[in-house]
Write a protein that binds this ligand. Structure first.
Ligand code: NAD
Length: 469
């Protein structure tokens, strides 16, 4: 394990001047985060605005070079970044967790730099010549959540910078140190004021999103906050990309091999101990294979150690914060009270720490129970029995959310037909939740609008300009 002390020393506030941030697993104090006030915001936005024209003038090639150099710096600091992330967020170093997240940050920077974006000739018929090109928007406010703090911040920062915008990065109040450390490493290679961190509370996020000096908000977080940001945008006309909550359904067809799909089902639901936007959050399983799938999932769950993230054997960690722990515990209690059968877990793992909740599979529940209808964002999965596929599709589409979904079958063509009927931004077949910097990702309905990644993602960080003539 690398030491993150030196990294922490560069970003924490002097003792007594900030807010204490604790290790998510042990409660030990990691350091104090600086917190900016709404008054500090004007000055930060003025700096970002002043730096933007020069950054735009640098051009795509040089900006891409700098994104690649920033990726190299992340790789050089990877173990220290992962250690800090593991402690602050709670996710283990090992498994698809902290090291994976830091690796994704440099991979995303490189992929963003490698995405081609040429001017498009729209009409060239001898009489009219019209060309479309994307110009920078100006200043982007990047507001991120606490579940994948570094990776989601990079998803917002990388395309914004690539397109010639300057960025104010507002981390979640729960995980500011991870983002401050990431930004500090990026700023070793970026010009001054191109990327400015904005640690602070929810009021600072609200002030940022309604500020007249902001041209675009990239937001990832809850649907409730997303609605407030939409209201703010009526005042400053900021463009929005909104990646909001999900309650992803998975539909398992009767032809599957339960044991073979169980590991992928498990990680689809429980990556980052279930605290993932596009995790599998409701599993609909055909009656023919229901018992086999429940048993196979329980067997996988028993092999996955949970505990302190710095312990290399663990692949599951605590809930990041007390509030999320209480949401999960409450939803499981409610499911029990409504006839849910606990297959594994079902009560806090207090022996591990204050906010640990074990992998909890709840069978024999159905729609109408809160654990199915509400986003749990934690390690509890309701497994719902179905007999009629049309009915399962209707139930999968029955909520006001549509981030991801998945269909599980040995017959890919049949699965694709089912996928086309599901209202979700992405439908995976025989996997759930994998993202790729070349493939657009975004939600429908209450899960938001706009897409990130790929060429479409870059275009959303620019203003289309037509040169006609
Ligand atoms: P949240 O909405 O509480 O907070 C997200 C960010 O918004 C934080 O930085 C917060 O300080 C800021 N904020 C709070 N109030 C604000 C306001 N009025 N104006 C502007 N900013 C404000 O969300 P969270 O609890 O941090 O994250 C969990 C949620 O995020 C879940 O619903 C999850 O599904 C969703 N999420 C979605 C995606 C996606 O890609 N669609 C990814 C990760 C998480």
């Amino acid at each position: 394990m690398a030491d993150s002390t030196e990294l922490l020393e560069r970003i924490v506030a002097p003792a007594g001047t900030g807010r204490e941030i604790r290790d998510a697993a042990t409660g030990e104090i990691l350091g104090e985060t600086p917190e900016l006030t709404v008054e500090d915001l004007d000055a930060a936005i003025a700096r970002a605005r002043a730096a933007q024209p020069e950054w735009a003038a640098v051009g795509h090639a040089k900006r891409c070079e700098l994104l690649n150099a920033a990726a190299d710096r992340i790789d050089a600091e990877a173990e220290a970044l992962a250690t800090l992330l593991s402690r602050e967020q709670g996710k283990p170093l090992n498994g698809p967790n902290a090291r994976f997240e830091v690796g994704a940050c440099s991979a995303w920077l490189r992929a963003t730099a490698a995405t081609p974006l040429e001017p498009e000739v729209l009409v060239d018929d001898g009489q009219t010549y019209a060309q479309l090109e994307y110009r920078p928007l100006g200043v982007v406010g990047a507001i991120s959540p606490w579940n994948w703090p570094m990776m989601i911040a990079i998803w917002q920062i990388a395309p914004s910078l690539r397109m010639g915008n300057t960025v104010l990065a507002k981390p979640s109040e729960y995980t500011p140190l991870s983002v401050l450390a990431l930004v500090a490493v990026l700023n070793e290679v970026l010009p001054a004021d191109v990327l400015i961190p904005l640690p602070g509370g929810r009021d600072l996020g609200a002030a940022l999103s309604s500020h007249a000096g902001i041209d675009k908000i990239m937001f990832t977080g809850s649907t409730a906050t997303g609605r407030k940001i939409i209201e703010s945008s009526a005042r400053n006309l900021a463009r929005l990309t909104l990646e909001l909550g999900g309650n992803d359904a998975g539909i398992v067809l009767p032809d599957v091999d339960a044991k073979a799909i169980a590991p992928d089902l498990f990680w689809g639901a429980f990556i980052n101990t279930g605290q993932t936007c596009a995790a599998l959050k409701r599993l609909y399983v055909h009656d023919d294979v229901y018992d086999d799938v429940v048993a196979a999932l329980a067997e996988v769950a028993q092999q996955m150690p949970m505990g302190n993230g710095l312990d290399e054997q663990n692949v599951l960690g605590p809930l990041q914060n007390r509030q999320q722990f209480e949401i999960v515990a409450d939803l499981v209690e409610d499911a029990k009270a409504h006839g849910g059968r606990i297959v594994t877990g079902g009560a806090p793992a207090s022996e591990l720490g204050e906010t640990f909740y074990p992998i909890t599979l709840v069978a024999d529940v159905s729609d109408g129970v809160r654990l199915v209808d509400e986003e749990q964002f934690g390690p509890a999965l309701p497994i719902i029995r179905y007999t009629d596929l049309d009915d399962a599709v209707e139930r999968a589409n029955g909520l006001d959310q549509g981030l991801g979904a998945s269909v599980w079958s040995g017959d890919r063509a049949a699965a694709r037909e089912v996928a086309a009927r599901i209202q979700a931004g992405t439908v995976w077949i025989n996997s759930h939740g994998g993202v790729d910097p070349r493939i657009p990702f975004g939600g429908v309905k209450g899960s938001g609008y706009g897409v990130e990644f790929g060429v479409e993602g870059l275009k959303s960080l620019g203003v289309p300009q037509i040169i006609n003539g």
